[in-house]
Write a protein that binds this ligand. Sequence first.
Ligand SMILES: Cc1cc2nc3c(=O)[nH]c(=O)nc-3n(C[C@H](O)[C@H](O)[C@H](O)COP(=O)(O)O)c2cc1C
Length: 189
Amino acid sequence: MVDILNIIQSRRSAGVFSGDVDDLTIRTLIEEAAIWAPNHHLSEPWRFTVITGSARERIGHEWALIAANEMEIKEPARSKYIATESSKLQRAPVIIVVSQHVNGTAIQVTEDHSAVAAAIENLLLAAHGLGMAAHWKTGKMAYHDAFKNLIGVDSSDRIIGLIYLGEGTEPKETLRHRKTEEILRWVRE
Ligand SMILES: Cc1cc2nc3c(=O)[nH]c(=O)nc-3n(C[C@H](O)[C@H](O)[C@H](O)COP(=O)(O)O)c2cc1C
């Protein structure tokens, strides 16, 4: 019990990533952690797209061009924007894009979203427990059809998180500020 609480509480979003993450470890995170999340009606809505190697640079650059064109950014700001946006996927050696296959009623879609979020937390905790650095990110990429298209995610599906993964570094400290009294209500008779 203490071990699991320690893993939950010591997980922090990483700022810096180094090294590499091998394919077997990525499969372990997915097969032995993410997919064991609770999931109403066992719809298994999670999908995982791994971006690694030079694909990070290619996709980052193609994405940056699309975003710059869409925003009609002109030089000299355009080159700077493209360089910054292109480099985002290169912050970590591996990015696992976790998406939700959207299907069924509005309630199922909501519940499947929750299940995919729970799968991401499982993945993050497992990565942390195995000594890796990880960070759940979203941003413009996560909500743009062109980015989904670049990585082969159906446009009707939703990207719930881009999980940046790498070898561990010193974690940043993040404090939870709310007092328990602010967020906990008991209904007891
Ligand atoms: C749905 C979701 C989206 C997030 N998107 C981003 C993001 O785009 N960029 C970012 O730096 N962090 C993002 N985060 C990470 C949070 O900022 C981070 O979890 C929060 O600051 C708490 O820090 P901790 O993870 O170290 O506890 C996201 C987290 C969630 C749950």
